[in-house]
Design a protein around this ligand. Structure first.
Ligand code: NAD
Ligand code: AHE
Ligand code: ZN
Length: 375
């Protein structure tokens, strides 16, 4: 109930590289323009592992990770009008305030309203709503879905159709939406050839969306041979394992050869900076566009010969697929309900909350696309 502190279980990461520990946590009531959510399901994204491992330069500890959740609004703070108690909601790590310079620009989905404090692991008033024995615990990505109750800013949450299963649409909180947006927000993919590096949930989502919008040729690239069947199931027309190329043959050179000069569009969904370079250099001279989706470790940098850009290739990137969450997520849920957007296909593993660390292990095993945790 509003105004009271809730005690519940949360998975806490106490330090970089440590496994998560289920703890009893106190969750303070939502303040003005905040929403407290009972999280029912959460996916585990590679980015949660990236921060847990200590590779995220923005990583802070102790922290409650998780950013791919689905839940029900438990209470709201003063001034909240966009969601109400009982609404089914998806927390948004990319906020949408509709008032800041970014939101009003019409050029980006990035929002400036809460990003600074979000990066500090805090709510917009620069304090945390999570405490364990009096010690403050950091929020993560403005969402912290690895807690049975979480508090988010009202600009960082969207209500969705109650008839949609939250154990599925939670994946719209990151992976599926990111992949979908990375493709549909770019003009010209219909009829073009595309290469997708990395066939995890993100890469497979890119493949699936490219297939739906009508790309003529979709080449999936992954070092895990087990991903070939997955890529083809999602719509890839070809699969290339860079580890199986003849000695000394670079993946970008091979792709340029088999595509008569290179790809119209490429995507990195690995987070490996060498792969990002290959994806750029596999683009067609004069017009090829390469999109970075993968997130690289602290200290990693991309490089290529500037001549690659001088001769007409474009290097770009996207966060949350360029999607404005409050405006666009309800429509994606409808597309899912109408059978036009795949989500169920990505859920290969389920875990109880007590087994959340096993969910992280599933991710490393290579046969897991998404693990959904039942809170
Ligand atoms: P994942 O680990 O499930 O998938 C990565 C895939 O890349 C795996 O199939 C792996 O075998 C493959 N791979 C690894 N090295 C490779 C190489 N050298 N060549 C080809 N393939 C290789 O991860 P995911 O959850 O799909 O996420 C992918 C990336 O996207 C991560 O870096 C994640 O942090 C990032 N991400 C970014 C956004 C965003 O908004 N920009 C959103 C979600 C995830
Ligand atoms: N904190 C890292 C960067 C992490 C990052 O790039 N996050 C992506 C989302 S990954 C979702 O799985 C993103 O949207 N970034 C935009 C933003 O505003 O954070 C670092 O390198 O500092
Ligand atoms: Zn993610």
């Amino acid at each position: 109930t509003a105004g009271t502190t809730i005690k519940c279980k949360a998975a806490v990461c106490w330090g970089a590289g440590e496994p998560l520990k289920i703890e009893e946590v106190e969750v303070a009531p939502p303040q003005a323009h905040e929403v407290r959510i009972k999280i029912l399901y959460t996916g585990i994204c590679h980015t949660d592992e990236y921060t847990r491992s200590g590779k995220d330069p923005e990583g802070l500890f102790p922290v409650i990770l998780g950013h791919e959740g689905g839940g029900v609004v438990e209470s709201v703070g003063e001034g909240v009008t966009s969601v109400a108690v009982g609404d089914h909601v998806v927390p948004l790590y990319t906020a949408e305030c509709r008032e800041c310079k970014f939101c009003k620009s019409g050029k980006t989905n990035l929002c400036g309203k809460v990003r600074t404090t979000q990066g500090q692991g805090l709510m917009p008033d620069s304090t945390s709503r999570f405490k364990i024995n009096g010690q403050s615990i950091h929020h993560f990505m403005g969402t912290s879905t690895f807690s049975q109750y979480t508090v988010v800013a009202d600009v960082s949450v969207v209500a969705v159709n109650k008839s949609a299963p939250l154990e599925k649409v939670c994946l719209l909180g990151c992976g599926i939406t990111t992949a979908w947006g990375a493709v549909v927000k770019q003009q010209g993919i219909k009829g073009s050839n595309v290469a997708v590096f990395g066939c995890g949930a993100i890469g497979l989502g890119v493949i699936s969306t490219a297939s739906v919008v009508g790309a003529s040729r979709i080449i999936a690239v992954d070092t895990n041979p087990g991903k070939e069947a997955w890529a083809k199931k999602m719509g890839a027309t070809e699969f290339v394992n860079p580890a199986k190329l003849p000695e000394g043959k670079r993946i970008q050179d091979y792709l340029v050869e088999i595509t008569d000069g290179g790809l119209d569009f490429t995507f990195d969904a690995t987070g490996n900076v060498h792969v990002m370079r290959a994806a750029l250099e596999a683009c067609h001279k004069g017009w090829g566009v390469s999109t970075v989706i993968g997130v690289a470790a602290a200290g990693q940098e991309i490089s290529t010969r500037p001549f690659q850009l001088v001769t007409g290739r474009t290097w770009r990137g996207t966060a949350f697929g360029g999607v404005k969450g409050r405006t666009e997520l309800p429509g994606l849920v409808e597309e899912y309900l109408q059978g036009k957007l795949k989500i169920d296909e990505y859920v290969t593993h389920h875990r109880k909350f007590a087994e959340i660390n096993e969910g992280f292990h599933d991710m490393h095993a290579g046969d897991c696309i998404r693990c959904v945790v039942d809170m």
